[in-house]
Design a binder for this molecule. Structure first.
Ligand code: SAM
Length: 309
């Protein structure tokens, strides 16, 4: 997907290819880069690096891409949840330094799952950081700083290098300026990965998911009954939307899928063949073949066998 001069990364293989093609000395990731000023600073400072910025906000991607013009060969922006994208796109032992400046602390207990650091975050970092690689987090929220220190210090793969207060920095970010103006204390924490670790990726079987249904005829109307139908399996959810029909009888069915905090809007493409219909994920939207995508595909196959044609 193109955004200004920037390429938003496609799922699968892109990161390993970029790392191989760049042969960079240092691989750097910034989580939640906001307006991109810190990412631009990193790219300028580490000329022999390849930098990845991960953001959930499209607006931030747009702002940052303007700021990063000229760095397209070695700065890459990724749209989506950092925990998911780090786990699914980056190989083990591939990153030297992960920065996270002023993550949203989500202080209320009922929102704790929304913290980037929740769930399996240390396990993901333990896998994708190189041994000797560093995770650096800066926050104005003392409770959040102590929570992160506790989580990482108690994780056997990491050692805490420091927890500094108001550490001088070469560049400040928008949120840093905001909190400093309010007189808040800034916490900087660094953790080093001390030994190898790995984890299973939910998309490691690849993205070739498809199903075949034996039906004579399917039309747009065959899907009226599935519009708005929801399904779930473990932490995966999906909901079917509208169906569109092209002149050559190819059907496109809209589906919204979620795996934990990662959401995708995809289309199933239904192609008529001699004796059956082939259903696959429409390649126009590059999708991760997550458990939710597989669950939705299986749900659709069963629905068509029972109701279709
Ligand atoms: C408080 S802002 C800090 C922005 C910038 N780092 C700064 O210091 O000015 C937090 C940023 O993290 C992003 N963010 C929140 N959750 C995220 C996630 N799960 N993955 C990636 N980015 C996330 C938000 O969109 C937002 O831009």
């Amino acid at each position: 997907m193109l955004l200004g001069n920037f390429v938003l990364l496609d799922p699968y293989c892109d990161v390993p290819n970029i790392l191989e093609n760049n042969q960079a000395k240092k691989t750097i990731v910034e989580i939640g880069f906001g307006n991109g000023e810190f990412l631009a600073f990193l790219a300028k400072k580490y000329q022999d690096s390849v930098c990845f910025g991960i953001e959930v906000s499209k607006k931030c991607i747009q702002k940052a891409s303007k700021r990063l013009v000229g760095y397209e060969q070695r700065v890459f922006l990724m749209l989506g949840d950092a925990k998911f994208l780090l786990r699914e796109c980056f190989p083990d032992e591939s990153i030297d330094h992960i920065y996270m400046n002023f993550p949203c602390p989500w202080p209320k207990t009922k929102h704790e799952k929304r913290r980037v650091t929740s769930g399996g975050f240390p396990k993901v970092l333990a896998s994708v950081l190189k041994t000797g690689g560093v995770f650096e987090v800066v926050t104005d929220d003392e409770n959040y700083a102590l929570e992160i220190e506790d989580i990482f210090s108690n994780y056997s793969t990491f050692d805490c290098l420091c927890h500094n207060l108001n550490e001088p920095r070469e560049i400040s970010t928008k949120y840093e300026r905001k909190w400093k103006e309010e007189g808040k204390v800034i916490h900087t924490l660094r953790f080093v990965k001390t030994k190898k670790d790995t984890l299973i990726r939910m998309t490691e079987e690849g993205n070739d998911v498809h199903a075949i249904v034996k039906l004579d005829n399917l039309t747009r109307e065959s899907f009226d009954k599935i519009r708005g139908v929801k399904g779930a399996r473990d932490a995966s959810r999906w909901c079917f939307g509208d169906c569109y029909e092209s002149e050559n009888r190819i059907l496109l069915l809209e589906v919204v899928v979620s795996d934990e905090d990662f959401h995708q809007q995809i289309y199933f493409r239904l192609v008529p063949r001699k004796e059956d219909w082939l259903i696959k994920v429409d390649p126009a939207v590059k999708a991760f073949a997550t458990p939710a995508v597989k669950g939705a595909l299986e749900h659709l196959r069963r629905f068509l066998e029972e109701n279709g044609g």
